[in-house]
Design a protein around this ligand. Structure first.
Ligand SMILES: CC(C)(COP(=O)(O)OP(=O)(O)OC[C@H]1O[C@@H](n2cnc3c(N)ncnc32)[C@H](O)[C@@H]1OP(=O)(O)O)[C@@H](O)C(=O)NCCC(=O)NCCS
Length: 312
């Protein structure tokens, strides 16, 4: 049993933070940021805007795109690591915001930047088990909650935003979420983690080295598992952490750069929202078309990493 994508939507906060804005508040330059990361802009949520606000806005747009209401959804899975509240889950709060009245289940997945792949993995399993007909997958993050403007090596890297995808059960195994693989290595905790005072602790160069090997590794694994090669894939949407990581991964896999969806230049790293936002962006802009096969590799804090294959 498989699935098919029947709706998508995204939400980005109004405020755009440029590299030039960073130049005014810390010892950095547009040139350094662009050269090391490929980032130009990122969106910053307003102080009173919460992760739930971002998630609910993206979810509402996905429902509108699908021509559905929240009560047509049987389960909500939300990838997020930046909720202001420890409980309840952002997923349940989204149900409340959108006026759900069916008592359908909702929960969050805390997979950091690999969160949306973990969420896709869950959705695939529920479809395979035949347990739910329609699943909404949300990726939502307010990464600015964790930014320390005294730490120039991390402050410039992240942005806020949310995306939502709606999948419906299908008897075809060749559409929607076709395959997923997720992995974790807790021994690499020190490389990248949140701190008790809600900051980001990251060894940038070590994280970079892991990212350029783990994302291609997950991508190769899933292609092999599905019995396909890079030639069969129409688009690759890598986790949008850094343009150099994306380009290096593509080179290792033998993917031409024209097959890669890039949003890191305008959204920066939105962690668990990144791939969902990037897919919504590519669909909205007619970059990805119906019937195309997408390879979705990601990595993040944990370390966690994985990949998904999706046919639109
Ligand atoms: C963070 C990252 C861009 C830094 O690039 P780098 O080439 O590894 O740079 P380094 O950390 O070695 O720092 C090089 C120099 O730039 C400086 N620097 C760091 N941030 C800077 C900034 N925003 N502006 C200007 N200079 C900066 C450092 O202080 C250092 O200076 P020094 O040589 O005088 O000590 C890069 O390591 C990276 O992208 N890592 C992966 C991060 C990531 O993707 N995290 C999310 C995972 S989901």
């Amino acid at each position: 049993m498989g699935s098919r994508l029947i709706g998508y939507g995204s939400y980005l906060p109004e405020k755009i933070m440029t590299n030039q804005d960073f130049e005014k508040i810390m010892d950095t330059t547009d040139e350094w940021i662009v050269q090391r990361t490929g980032m130009h802009n990122r969106h910053f949520a307003a102080d009173n805007e919460t992760v739930v606000d971002l998630a609910a806005a993206a979810a509402a747009r996905a429902l509108e795109n699908a021509g559905l209401t929240i009560d047509d959804i049987d389960m909500v899975v939300c990838a997020t690591t930046s909720s202001e509240l420890d409980f309840p889950s952002v997923g349940v709060q989204v149900l409340g915001r959108l006026g759900a009245s069916r008592s359908q289940p909702a929960f969050d997945v805390r997979g950091a930047c690999t969160g949306y792949i973990y969420a896709l993995h869950c959705a695939r399993a529920f479809f395979a088990a035949g347990m739910h007909h329609r699943i909404m997958l949300i990726g939502a993050e307010k990464m600015t909650r964790f930014l320390d403007f005294n730490d120039r090596s991390t402050a410039v890297l992240f942005g806020d935003g949310a995306g939502a995808l709606i999948f419906e059960h299908s008897s075809s195994g060749y559409s929607g979420i076709i395959d997923t693989v997720v992995m974790a290595d807790g021994r690499e905790f020190d490389m990248l983690h949140g701190t008790p005072d809600h900051k980001i602790s990251m060894n940038g160069p070590e994280t970079y080295k892991k990212a350029v090997t783990l994302m291609p590794e997950a991508a190769s694994y899933i292609m092999e598992h599905a019995g396909i090669t890079a030639d069969n894939v129409d688009w690759i949407i890598p986790h949008q952490a850094n343009l150099r990581i994306i380009q290096s991964g593509a080179q290792r896999l033998g993917f031409p750069l024209e097959k890669i969806v890039v949003t890191v230049d305008r959204h920066a790293n939105t962690s668990g929202a990144s791939g969902v936002l990037a897919l919504s962006y590519a669909l909205d802009n007619g970059i990805i078309k119906k019937g195309q096969l997408i390879l979705y590799p990601a990595f993040g804090s944990g370390l966690t990493w994985g990949a998904a294959l999706i046919r639109i």
